[in-house]
Design a protein around this ligand. Structure first.
Ligand code: GUN
Ligand code: ZN
Length: 433
């Protein structure tokens, strides 16, 4: 058994918040990462790391770049097979594309197969941690947890709960949802790399008794996360008052039932009011920004600058299958592109901010900021080794790159799964090309 392993390659990470601190991006052109017992023992220039561990074996990964493992903060496992359903609005897409497929998850063999393919897709794109919408069916959600445990990836997920609006197979009473959730929490929450997230689908499909039950689950089990959707499309938001006439805005619905705070991730938030932004910041609630999905479903351009100026935590999500795939690098690029065309209101997502968004911001959003997200000493060694195939456009660009920042920008622009050579979670290899 190897005590310490040294990885040698160019490396970048963001130990600080790239939206709020200058110099948050730390890069080492000839980098060294010492890994002991699945944790970072040292990170820096190879020569200095080498001096601390003079006899440790070295894995030479030159020709590529090491980055912290990516954190996808919003993705739906039952929607893998409906990626590419372009050209519809959110509510039309849900009814005619997403929900019929989600109903198929009642078949355990089908959902188990989907779950395995899903976790393979995560790791092959460099995602080491994901906050995942499970299924409306408990056995399918269990299949996702089992597949994640078998693959070694960190998954935070939960039974998706709805008791109105959706097709009848997907509806459950609050009492049954409480029973099934409790059983899943007992089986999976805190087991290995798994955590449980209370997951009401969205306000339109969850009654007040259902949301009260979600609040009860959070009180009954310490350490749970919460995930749902908010302010995604104009058409959706317009329906909130008819279900919750007492609510001043969309966020007020979740606030009423204690579903906001530092352990909550709300997906989208394309149309927040200033008051909602101030309350999200005050409560330390995170937003999962899903730019591909926002564009594909025609919802709108995310007001990133308003979120950052208000002090709201923002991370990135692929939103498979409303989005366009599993690549967090691609999602970062999409965020960058949409902020470009949002000028003058858009925010420039430079490589430091992109790196932060796909790694540390996600770690903080899912409440794992002390454990993962960058290469600080003592954190788990979750990492991605990106090296493009020789002769590929990315390899050519990198070969003439003048700086690490330039290389990082090129990786966000051009790297797909063909360039994700190795992925490790807590030092264990979970994917290799
Ligand atoms: N709102 C409620 N359910 C969904 C979903 O599955 N995808 C997206 N993008 N928005 C939703
Ligand atoms: Zn979603």
């Amino acid at each position: 058994m190897i005590d310490v392993e040294l990885l040698r390659a160019p490396l970048c990470h963001t130990p600080a918040d790239a939206f709020r601190e200058e110099g948050a991006l730390v890069c080492h052109e000839d980098g060294g990462l010492a890994v002991r017992d699945g944790r970072i023992a040292a990170c820096g220039d190879f020569a200095s790391v080498r001096a601390s561990f003079p006899t440790a074996p070295v894995t030479d990964w030159h020709g590529g770049m090491i980055l912290p493992g990516f954190v996808d903060t919003h993705v739906h496992f039952p929607q893998l097979r409906i990626l590419g359903g372009l050209g519809r609005t959110l509510l039309d897409w849900l009814e005619h594309v997403a929900l019929p497929e989600e109903a198929r998850m009642a078949d355990v063999a089908y959902s188990t197969d989907t779950a395995r393919t899903f976790v393979r897709a995560l790791v092959s794109h460099g995602t080491t941690t994901a906050l995942v919408f499970g299924s409306h069916f408990a056995p399918a959600t269990a299949a996702l947890f089992d597949a994640a445990a078998a693959a070694g990836v960190r998954v935070i997920s939960g039974l998706v709960m709805s008791d109105r609006l959706l097709r009848s197979e997907l509806l459950q009473s609050p009492r049954d949802a409480h029973r099934d959730s409790t059983e899943l929490i007992r089986r999976y929450h805190g087991r290995g790399r798994l955590l449980y997230a209370v997951t009401p689908r969205f306000a339109l499909s969850a009654s007040e008794p259902m949301l009260e039950m979600c609040q009860a689950l959070l009180a009954e089990h310490p350490g749970l996360r919460t995930q749902t959707h908010i302010n995604e499309s104009v058409e959706e938001i317009a329906q909130v008052p008819s279900y919750f006439p007492w609510a001043a805005d969309y966020l007020a619905v979740y606030e009423r039932f204690g579903l906001t705070g530092s352990r909550t991730v709300l997906a989208h938030d394309v149309f927040p009011t200033d008051s909602e932004l101030a309350r999200l910041a005050a409560d330390d609630t995170s937003i999962a920004h899903c730019p591909s999905s926002n564009a594909a479903l025609g919802n709108g351009i995310f007001p990133l600058r308003r979120h950052v100026d208000a002090g709201v935590r923002v991370a990135l999500g692929t939103d498979v299958g409303g989005g366009t795939g599993f690549g967090m690098l691609k999602e970062g690029l999409q965020a960058h592109l949409m902020q470009r065309i949002a000028e003058p209101a858009g925010l420039n997502l430079d490589p430091a901010r992109l790196c932060y968004l796909v790694t540390r911001a996600g770690a903080e959003a899912v409440g794992l900021g002390d454990e993962i997200g960058d290469f600080s000493r003592g954190k788990a060694a979750d990492l991605v080794y990106v090296r493009p195939p020789s002769g590929s456009p990315l390899a050519e660009v990198l070969s003439r790159s003048q700086s690490m920042v330039e290389s990082l920008a090129a990786i966000f622009t051009l790297a797909g799964p063909e360039s994700v050579r190795e992925v490790r979670v807590a030092g264990e290899t979970v994917h290799q090309l």
